[in-house]
Design a protein around this ligand. Structure first.
Ligand SMILES: Nc1ncnc2c1ncn2[C@@H]1O[C@H](COP(=O)(O)OP(=O)(O)O)[C@@H](O)[C@H]1O
Ligand SMILES: [Mg+2]
Length: 345
């Protein structure tokens, strides 16, 4: 094949491809390689073009044995390193390199590992406490009914915490699973919000707050999953009670439909407002990450798992809506959910 024809063939391939000739110099490279190794590669010695020991060693091995090899190559051109899996294969005296971008796969792997580490850590804390109390109860506190009752109370509390964590984890995985399936029920939002607030009465009374439902509009129907929307608003109102209770007043507003620029369609806004301590700016963008909490200790104390807003975010995504968190330290927090209405796809 002429150099021109080889160039045309590899240019048509959907992956970055580089061909090294028997003289060890770059014989052909498609344009996708330029973004990894830079331009004007043809004729360069492959060591000068590639510069990374792992891949140079793989090329040497393949040209010696004619067997294919795989090596890692780190691209350092963008703002972040890109990791490639490079296949090195012998091709009639030439060596053919194919680059596959592994960054997304490696990031997913890292996220999975972090997630497992987080879950283990969250479960270990209550488990350690439980084991400690079991030991105390079977030894020192065996004959002490007062201590026994107190310890059993703490044990129940820790066990409940583990249950909540497992429930939230299962919820999260279920929500992630059907995130791409469009919900089909027709949901009456004012009725749904009333029932959410009613369901939270015990927490409301215990915290000594008043929760006001302000139906600026009513009879608004959205296409949604009622069970999941209950989960969303329960979490938001519960957060307002738990973390914003110092303000003693929580308002839930159902606002009339209006054009939403971000969603590019009409949307209904449901806004949960508290007058609590608020959230510092730099935390806000991270609140929907799994296990992210502003104050770990406080969240655990009030029974939080750190998964609530992650679940909320997934559910709203499934409804093609939007979550907006606005907060001012010392003044309170407003969390809005925008749900699209009107012409549905
Ligand atoms: N209304 C609020 N006011 C202040 N902080 C809040 C509010 N809502 C959420 N947060 C913060 O965001 C964190 C994440 O919330 P969430 O995911 O629901 O977890 P959890 O409630 O289990 O702690 C909370 O731990 C809390 O620090
Ligand atoms: Mg929560």
């Amino acid at each position: 094949m002429t150099a021109e024809r080889i160039g045309a063939v590899i240019d048509a391939l959907p992956l970055p491809v580089l061909l090294i000739g028997p003289d060890e110099r770059v014989r052909a490279a498609n344009s996708m390689v330029d973004s990894i190794l830079g331009p004007e590669l043809i004729g360069k010695h492959h060591i000068t073009a590639l510069r990374q020991p792992a891949i140079i060693a793989a090329i040497a091995e393949t040209s010696r044995t004619q067997d294919p090899r795989v090596a890692r190559y780190t691209g350092r051109h963008g703002p972040k390193d890109t990791v490639y899996r490079v296949s090195v294969a012998a091709a009639e005296g030439d060596i053919l390199l194919t680059f596959e971008d592994q960054t997304a796969a490696e990031e997913a792997g890292q996220m999975r590992r972090d997630f497992v580490a987080n879950v283990s850590h969250e479960l270990r804390t209550p488990l350690t406490a439980l084991l400690g109390f079991i030991e105390t109860l079977s030894g020192a506190a065996k004959e002490d009914p007062v201590a026994r009752d107190r310890f059993l109370g703490i044990m129940a509390h820790e066990a409940n915490r583990m249950t909540r964590l497992v429930d939230d984890l299962m919820s999260l995985s279920r929500v992630e699973e059907d995130e791409r399936v469009r919900p089909r029920e027709h949901v009456d939002l004012s009725a749904l919000l009333s029932s959410v607030i009613k369901g939270l009465e015990p927490q409301v009374n215990a915290a000594g707050v008043t929760v006001t439902l302000d139906l600026v509009t009513s009879d608004e129907m959205v296409q949604g999953d009622a069970g999941q929307l209950v989960q969303v608003f329960t979490n938001l109102v519960e957060n307002a009670i738990k973390y914003g209770a110092s303000g003693e007043e929580v308002t839930v507003q159902l606002l009339p439909r209006a054009m939403n620029q971000r969603l590019r369609c009409d949307a209904i806004q449901i806004k949960v407002t508290d007058k609590g301590d608020g959230i510092a700016e730099h935390h806000i963008a991270r609140l929907t990450e799994r296990f992210y909490r502003v104050d770990n200790h406080r969240s655990r104390e009030v029974g939080g798992t750190g998964l609530g807003l992650a679940i909320v975010k997934h559910i709203i995504n499934r409804h093609r809506g939007r979550l907006l968190i606005e907060s001012e330290e010392g003044r309170g927090t407003q969390v809005s959910v925008f749900l699209p209405v009107g012409p549905v796809a």
